[in-house]
Design a protein around this ligand. Structure first.
Ligand code: SF4
Ligand code: SF4
Length: 258
């Protein structure tokens, strides 16, 4: 995780899935939970679904209580970051002395740490969006431990493969927008739709089922049934719709006016 005030100073050394490193994090390291304070954690759509379900709140409530929106550089699109506590150390709201209160549902960035992913974290990455780097923070003593990994093993161990697979279409939208010339703009309406479909899944569900959406678009009945009951299917549907709405790619058919 990145220190909030040092985001621009990271100079990533490119690592691939086979790059090896020594690292172990456990409650006995002297720095235990130091990395959960003064941090900048961008939340992915799947992170928000996991956390809001874990906490038993709606996505609207989760966004209001736990997040701060910010524009992701070179995309003109909003991402949300975890809102830190107003204490001396700017702690994550979920950190306790004995560890993370939401550990099994912790965000993707926390799972990757001490690695960062270029797509979201390295602002200058344009050509190669998929590489990894070490978030070299001096307080982290995990690198002095003896356990050896390659990056693919670390990803499996931390459960990020599933997170990345579910977030893949959202990540692709950000990468796509970042690669566009700066003068190609997304409308304010398009930005609002991006925010809702990406982060506010409960409101997006209401938008689909309680507005004229299903009258305007031809969506087949099995898809309607699936997105009604399955949040991940709804999220992926939303990403396909955004791709069509923002970039005119993929298949979305408007009904002809009767
Ligand atoms: S070893 Fe690194 S990741 Fe683990 S608690 Fe310490 S600072 Fe955090
Ligand atoms: S969510 Fe958990 S792992 Fe991530 S910063 Fe907060 S306390 Fe640490």
């Amino acid at each position: 995780m990145e220190k909030a005030d040092k985001v621009a100073k990271i100079e990533p050394v490119q690592l691939g899935l086979k790059s090896r490193f020594k690292f172990k994090c456990h409650p006995k390291v002297k720095c235990f939970t130091h990395c959960c304070r003064g941090i900048n954690i961008i939340l992915t759509p799947y992170d928000i679904i996991r956390l809001k379900n874990r906490l038993g709140v709606s996505s609207e409530q989760f966004l209001a209580i736990y997040t701060t929106p910010q524009i992701l550089e070179k995309t003109d699109l909003a991402v949300v970051t975890l809102k830190l506590m107003d204490d001396d150390q700017q702690s994550c709201p979920f950190v306790r002395d004995d560890g993370c209160l939401v550990y099994s549902d912790r965000p993707t960035t926390c799972r990757y740490y001490p690695l960062g992913v270029a797509t979201l974290s390295h602002k200058e990455a344009t050509a190669e969006e998929g590489f990894f780097f070490f978030v070299n923070e001096p307080h982290c003593l995990g690198f002095e431990e003896d356990q050896e990994w390659d990056i693919a093993q670390w990803r499996r161990d931390q459960g990020v493969d599933r997170h990345d697979e579910i977030n893949a279409e959202w990540t692709e939208l950000l990468v796509r927008k970042r690669s566009f010339p700066a003068n190609i703009k997304i409308t304010e309406q398009g930005k609002r739709m991006f925010f809702m479909a990406s982060y506010n899944i409960d409101t997006f569900r209401q938008f689909i089922f309680e507005s004229s959406f299903l009258k305007r678009y031809e969506i087949d009945p099995p898809t309607i049934a699936q997105i009604k009951s399955d949040e991940i299917a709804l999220l992926k549907f939303g990403m396909r719709w955004l791709k069509w709405l923002l970039f005119k790619e993929g298949e979305f058919k408007l009904r002809s006016p009767s």
